[in-house]
Ligand binder design. Structure first.
Ligand code: HEM
Ligand code: HEM
Length: 184
C-alpha cells in the first residue's frame, strides 16, 4: 500500500497537464510568429497566427488562479530522499520559476497587446476588459519583457522536461509517476 502523499491530487494533475498543453502550444505559436513571420511578407497570415496565440494563451490567466489556490490548500508530495538537499532546493526554485512564467507571460502579453491598441481575446469568445489604453511608451517596455521572459521560459521548460525524464528513466524514482497516477 503506497502512501497517498507521494502523489499529486487528481485535480493538481489535470491542471498541470492541461496547462502544460496550452502553455507549450502558445509558446510554439508565439515563437513561430515572432521569429518566422513578418508583416511585410506574410501580412494577414501573421495577424491570424498572433490572434490564435492570444486566444489560447489568455486561458492560462484563469487556470493559474485556480492552480495557485489548489497548490496553497494541497501541498505537493515530498521529493525522494535519493535527491541531495541542493537538488531539492533547485527543484523547488525551478517550480517557483515556472509559476512565475505562468503569471508573467500572460500579464506582459496582455499589457503588450493593450498598450499597442489591440484586444486580449479568450478562446474566440470574448475580450478581457482593457485595463490600460494605447501607449507606445509602455509597449516599448512590455514587448521586450514578454519576449525575453518567453525565451527564459523556453530554457526553463526544456530543463523541466529533461529533469522529469531523467527521474523516470535514469533514477527510476516516483517523481514523474507522482504527476500521472493515483495510489491504488
Ligand atoms: C502562456 C502564455 C504565453 C506564452 C508562453 C507566450 C509566448 C510567446 C513567445 C514565445 C513569443 C515569441 C517571442 C519572440 O519573438 O521570440 C510571443 C510573442 C507574442 N505574444 Fe505571447 N505568450 C503568452 C501569452 C500572451 C498573451 C496573453 C498575449 C496577448 C493577449 C500575447 C501576445 C503576444 C504578441 C502580440 C507577441 C508578438 C508576436 C509577433 O511579434 O509576431 N502573448 N509570446
Ligand atoms: C512534457 C512536459 C512536462 C512534463 C513531462 C512535466 C513533468 C512534471 C513533473 C513530473 C512534475 C512533478 C515534479 C515534482 O514532484 O517535483 C511537474 C511539476 C510541475 N510542472 Fe511540469 N511537466 C511538463 C510541462 C510543464 C509546463 C509546460 C509547465 C508550465 C509552464 C509546468 C509546470 C510545472 C510546475 C509549476 C510544477 C510544480 C507543481 C507543484 O509542485 O505545485 N510543467 N512537472
Amino acid at each position: 500500500m503506497k502512501n497517498r502523499s507521494q502523489y499529486y491530487t487528481r485535480t493538481a494533475q489535470i491542471l498541470h497537464w492541461l496547462m502544460a498543453i496550452i502553455f507549450i502550444a502558445a509558446w510554439i505559436i508565439g515563437f513561430y510568429s515572432g521569429n518566422f513571420l513578418s508583416y511585410d511578407v506574410d501580412g494577414s497570415f501573421k495577424g491570424t497566427v498572433i490572434t490564435l496565440h492570444k486566444n489560447i494563451a489568455t486561458v492560462i490567466i484563469f487556470l493559474v488562479v485556480v492552480r495557485i489556490f489548489w497548490r496553497y490548500t494541497h501541498p505537493a508530495p515530498e521529493l525522494p530522499n535519493t535527491m541531495s538537499p541542493t537538488m531539492k532546493r533547485l527543484a523547488h526554485f525551478g517550480h517557483l520559476a515556472l509559476y512565475f512564467m505562468l503569471l508573467a507571460l500572460p500579464i506582459t502579453g496582455c499589457l503588450f497587446s493593450w498598450s499597442a491598441g489591440h484586444p486580449a481575446p479568450v478562446l474566440y469568445l470574448f475580450n478581457l476588459p482593457t485595463l490600460i489604453s494605447e501607449n507606445p511608451e509602455i509597449t516599448a517596455i512590455v514587448k521586450p519583457l514578454h519576449i525575453y521572459i518567453s525565451w527564459a521560459a523556453g530554457i526553463l521548460l526544456a530543463g523541466h522536461i529533461l529533469a522529469a525524464l531523467k527521474h523516470h528513466f535514469i533514477d527510476k524514482d516516483i517523481v514523474l509517476v507522482s504527476m500521472t497516477k493515483q495510489p491504488k
